[in-house]
Design a protein around this ligand. Structure first.
Ligand code: OAK
Length: 824
């Protein structure tokens, strides 16, 4: 029986494109630029989406399902055009229609700026989750900020990263809808006064504040083939009224200017930090801004068709994407108490039953803490509520532990209070103010329970749960790798598109020679496609027959790009000293953005580029190894890179990477993992089998043991391992830069001779030898073509667990308890 697919009127689409070119630009197709054609086609697609969007919202209004509000400072959506037509099941129809108009769909897709409202893992995960929520038919709102400038664009100049503003809205965004009718006011500053209401109750209100207007822009999130369209609602700030000079006295004029300034700054730019907190006042303003607007909207939406707000949690759940949206706890309390006259206890009951928190990192520098005075000044009423939550929670700790043998109650308070040391600890507020706390991979959740959040886990174990991350196969296989997607469908049918566990059926082909050849032939074509991109963008010619060894992710010390490039330097030395030794050619591919103020990370980028310069231009190497740094790593070029990877470098210091999701995207595309037992790598190896991955290095237990005992002394390794000594010396002997001192800071990070407890905090030298050995195993394995093909194929076949559909199902079953919306 033929499966039902969504209807799509190709001729209507064509007419619509022509009409849009005419009405938007007063041009014919022949006169229009590629950008104009893209806009015209995108508006035509939006027309098709709007019908589904309206149907979904109407069905939801009738069926009244519970809604998840996924609250996140970041949504790293990537380009919408291709993804939208894929999920509408209209990719082929659109491609054909465009061809008939003499337009190449790929050229058109390349006209779209990459919406980059996120830094990395956490933001991209939010985007995958929205895709899965729609595909599974659950009602969801993504709640975020419409930054005028997203993640900066990276230029590499003379080997250095240069940040260029990302003006992604320059040409407008055809997919968005401005919803002025849903605008909300958000208040900052001022002071809190007390009054008695008509019923004799003591009430609080904020006065003397500044106010901005939050205006939502809605973006459609289309489910695959089911007609469900959810909404990503991102908020922009506007001044509350365009002030007129003569209607203000002097004081008001001043205030009006301040309000105007506040509004113009609020949504200007995304903070470009990953796994690190900048602690800036404007960032806290951004947090409260989008949270207040989102919470007010959620409550109002509920009140449109319900009368008992005490049951709000039966119809709404707030998932807090890390601690950045945690003011939602206090904001919901405020709305319930101040706007709907709830008692504290009733408001607390609703709030804790509504909120849930996901932790995405254990890096100390990412733990969000705000100075009390800043928090209080900016959010006086919210602070008052947090203070009371804290008072009651500390009381609860004391009641629970006072008198218990062997328990230091003060130590418990110190480790768990929300307000301590003049700081507001956002993770503690998120844990106390909700009913679910989850980590993002098994190992990560274990570390939270046993170490980072041990006291909380002991006090409230029922709140803790694991939700191993996942990724959407629609974007990262169906769109990113059409050749492999088609091959998979030919072998096992297309069920995998909405049920990735069906990939398991590919295991039957693991030893099939023909299947292996086809699989590797597709990989080769994808490597050719990437080689072309690299030639065009880097001017470097790489050989698609070489092993493509790929490390693409944010630049962070714990992710250890430095370990990778040191290993490359060692390989370079090896080839130079043993020119006749058999060595299978390798292309090392890097892509990474560094936070603008993160000097060590930026210097690592410079080092990679300098090493690339030396190696790629050394005639002695004869192309045996090449090093490429891909500029401006982002979702759109990631899709090309994942499809072309042979080796997936996942080499973080064990215990530091919460999960990782690039590891899953590469596995899906048939790359073999070279990694440590960290984050979700552990589960990847579990699924694919140890014999189909290359694992090395310290375990998380060993790392944590060293850390407990003050680290180790890397000097011992430097002095005893001549390979290590040679590589490190080359950082400071002028091999890679005329200025011998340029890379000294990296050298010092590894061998801090002044303070050895600060040396090599990420265990790079400790893992060096075992990493070299794993690299060697890779090269050997690759030369056995059959063995490699089987391994690569088995990686694709074993990735079923890592779909974000699975993750979302777990959230729904165990935490959110949503009902599906049914479309006729
Ligand atoms: C960013 C800012 C603050 C805190 C965490 C992050 C972040 O992006 N963390 C990453 O989240 C991903 C999704 O859960 C994980 O896969 C990464 O391991 C983690 O580093």
């Amino acid at each position: 029986m033929k499966k039902k697919t969504l209807p799509f009127d190709k001729d209507l689409f064509k007419r619509s494109v022509l009409y849009n070119v005419k009405t938007l630009y007063r041009k014919t197709m022949e006169e229009a630029t590629p950008q104009e054609m893209y806009q015209a086609a995108a508006y035509a697609i939006k027309d098709a989406i709007v019908d589904h969007w309206m149907t979904t919202q109407k069905a939801a209004a009738e069926q009244d399902p519970k809604i998840v509000y996924y609250m996140s400072m970041e949504f790293l959506m990537g380009r919408a055009f291709g993804n939208n037509i894929i999920n509408l099941q209209a990719y082929k129809a659109v491609k054909d229609a465009l061809e008939e108009l003499d337009i190449d769909v790929n050229v058109l897709e390349d006209q779209e700026p990459d919406p980059a409202l996120g830094n990395g893992g956490l933001g991209r995960l939010a985007a995958c989750f929205l895709d899965s929520l729609s595909t599974l038919g659950y009602m969801a709102y993504g709640c975020g900020i419409r930054y005028k400038y997203g993640m900066f664009r990276q230029k590499i100049q003379d080997g250095y990263q240069v940040e260029v503003p990302d003006a992604w809205l320059e040409n407008g965004n055809p997919f968005e809808l401005r919803r002025n009718e849903y605008a909300k006011e958000v208040k900052f500053g001022g002071y809190v006064t007390m009054y008695t209401d008509d019923m004799g109750r003591t009430m609080f209100k904020q006065e003397g504040y500044q106010v901005v207007k939050a205006v939502p822009y809605d973006l459609p999130v289309i489910g695959y083939g089911n007609g469900v369209v959810n909404t990503l609602r991102i908020w922009d700030a506007e001044p509350i009224q365009c002030f007129q000079l003569d209607s203000f006295d002097k004081g008001d004029y001043q205030k009006a200017v301040e309000q105007e300034n506040l509004a113009s700054q609020l949504c200007e730019v995304l903070y470009p930090n990953d796994n690190h907190i900048a602690g800036k006042e404007l960032r806290l303003k951004q947090q409260y801004f989008f949270i207040s607007a989102s919470v007010q909207t959620a409550v109002q939406k509920y009140m449109q068709n319900h009368d008992d707000l005490r049951k709000f949690y039966e119809k709404a759940v707030f998932q807090l994407n890390d601690t950045h949206p945690t003011v939602a706890v206090a904001e919901l309390m405020r709305v319930l108490m101040d706007d709907y006259q709830f008692s504290w206890d009733d408001a607390w009951d609703v709030t804790t039953k509504t909120c849930c928190y996901t932790n995405h990192t254990i890096m100390a520098e990412a733990l969000e803490k705000w100075p009390v005075d800043l928090f209080q000044r900016l959010l006086p009423r919210i602070y008052q509520i947090v203070d009371e939550i804290n008072r009651r929670f500390v009381d609860q700790i004391m009641r629970k532990y006072t008198g218990s043998a062997g328990i230091d109650v003060q130590a418990k308070i110190r480790s768990m209070a929300i307000l301590y040391d003049n700081q507001v600890k956002m993770a503690h507020l998120a844990i106390v103010g909700g009913h679910s706390v989850n980590g993002v991979a098994k190992l990560h959740t274990e570390i939270l329970e046993k170490r980072e959040l041990k006291d909380f886990y002991e006090m409230m174990p029922e709140k803790f749960n694991n939700k191993t991350n996942g990724i959407t196969q629609r974007r990262f296989l169906l769109h990113a790798n059409p050749l492999l997607a088609e091959w998979v469908t030919n072998k096992i049918g297309d069920g995998w598109i909405t049920d990735l566990s069906q990939m398991d059926k590919l295991k039957a082909f693991a030893n099939d020679k023909k299947a292996q050849n086809e699989f590797m032939e597709i990989k080769f074509k994808n490597k050719e496609r990437l080689a072309k991109y690299i030639l065009e963008h880097n001017g470097v010619k790489v050989d698609p027959k070489s092993i493509f060894d790929v490390q693409v992710k944010r630049l962070h010390e714990y992710k250890r790009q430095l370990l990778n490039i040191l290993q490359v330097i060692h390989k370079y030395n090896d080839i130079k000293t043993h020119p006749s030794k058999d060595f299978y050619p390798k292309t090392y591919i890097f892509g990474a953005k560094a936070a603008a103020g993160y000097l060590t990370a930026k210097l690592t980028i410079k080092l990679i580029n300098s090493v690339a310069d030396v190696i790629n231009n050394d005639p002695d190497i004869g192309g045996k190894i090449k090093v490429v740094f891909i500029e401006d790593y982002r979702v759109s070029n990631a899709e090309l890179i994942f499809a072309a990877a042979d080796v997936s470098e996942q080499i973080s210091t064990a215990s530091k990477e919460a999960s990782g999701t690039g590891n899953m995207k590469m596995m899906l595309n048939g790359a073999v993992t070279l990694g440590t037992l960290d984050g979700a790598n552990v589960e990847i190896v579990n699924e694919v089998g140890e014999e189909n991955a290359f694992i090395f290095g310290l375990t998380s237990q060993e790392v944590m043991e060293y850390e407990k005992n003050g680290g180790y002394n890397p000097m011992d390794i430097y002095n005893s391992d001549p390979n290590v000594k040679k590589v490190l010396d080359m950082l400071v002997d002028g091999t890679f830069s005329e200025d011998k001192e340029l890379f000294r800071p990296l050298y010092n990070c590894l061998l801090n001779t002044i303070n050895s407890s600060k040396a090599d905090q990420y265990f790079i030298l400790k893992d060096f030898e075992s990493y070299l050995e794993a690299q060697k195993r890779i090269s050997d394995a690759y030369q056995d073509k059959k063995r490699w093909a089987k391994m690569a194929l088995l990686n694709t076949a074993s990735c079923g667990k890592f779909s974000s559909d699975r993750t979302i199902k777990e959230y729904v079953d165990e935490v959110w308890h949503l009902d599906k919306v049914e479309l006729q």
